[in-house]
Design a protein. Sequence first.
Length: 346
Amino acid sequence: MNLQDAKQFVAHFVKGDYTPEEYATFLQWLRGATADELNAIADEHESLHESWPLSSAVPSAEWMMELEGKLDRVEERIAPVKRIGSDRFAKRKSWYAAASILVLVAAGGLIYHNRTVTSTNAHNAIGALTNTLSNPRGGEQKELVLADGSKVWLNAASSLKYPSSFTGTERIVQLSGEAFFDVVKNPGKPFRVLIRDAEVDVLGTGFNVMDYANEPVSRTTLVEGAVKIASGSQEEVLKPGEQAEIAYSSTGVLGSIKVNHGVNTDAALGWKSGLLQFENADLYTVMRAIERNYNVDIQYGTNLPDKSITGNFSRKDSLAKILEQLESAFNFHFRTDNGKTVTVSL
């Protein structure tokens, strides 16, 4: 993607006319954009602001606090903006670029902004999420023991916000990406995982949550115990071997929570054992997983066929070996440039 492509994407974005793959490509380009390119995208967004489709969304106080923090970090990144006129003008321009871009990113779901938290204790608990465990793209899984003894395994391209200690009547953490939780039982102090536009309420259990921002669905898979999935006014209680799916569009949750029965929990948890496991997955789902686990950017050719992919791959294998297996089994062609970009074609 180049700057012109990015501008065209913004025009489609404000109309909600884009695919998850296009959005993921835009975010990849955005991470490597120069200061001038960031400002150009900000100008494009501001010129189309009247058609921005989020007028009905009212961000929470927590969302605003997180937005301010992200603004500070982005402004630090784009500090060396080319100075035109006074320093004051340049600083304002940089802030506008950060603000505009963050509105784009927030609308796509990277910033959690629609929590269903209602109690005063819960609001206080969110404010106590002062620690963050992050696992970058390409990273090996990380393990964490929380203050209550609960254990968390964090997958690549994921982050978990958590407090130093659990105070009040609830134990709250916030997840972006994928993690497996082994929660210590404490019926008097329920455990809650906040994800994009939803939450998972737990008493004591083992379960997996997958909620990557560039995935069109989030999935909560229960291994043992019981969990309740809440999204807006919807609630579903899972039994072991069940999986809850929440689908997303460009403007938020799409439809009701879907519960799948008798799922293959081994496939959902394969990443904990160093495996990439797919059952009837499409090409884009598979490539997004490869992107996260091998820290590469994926580009797609045109007219790619819609194929169902089932297979197991080891993360111990090289990227080249996995691509060779996919190429042989499904007749796709992969070209790797400098070990950083993989192009998929026929």
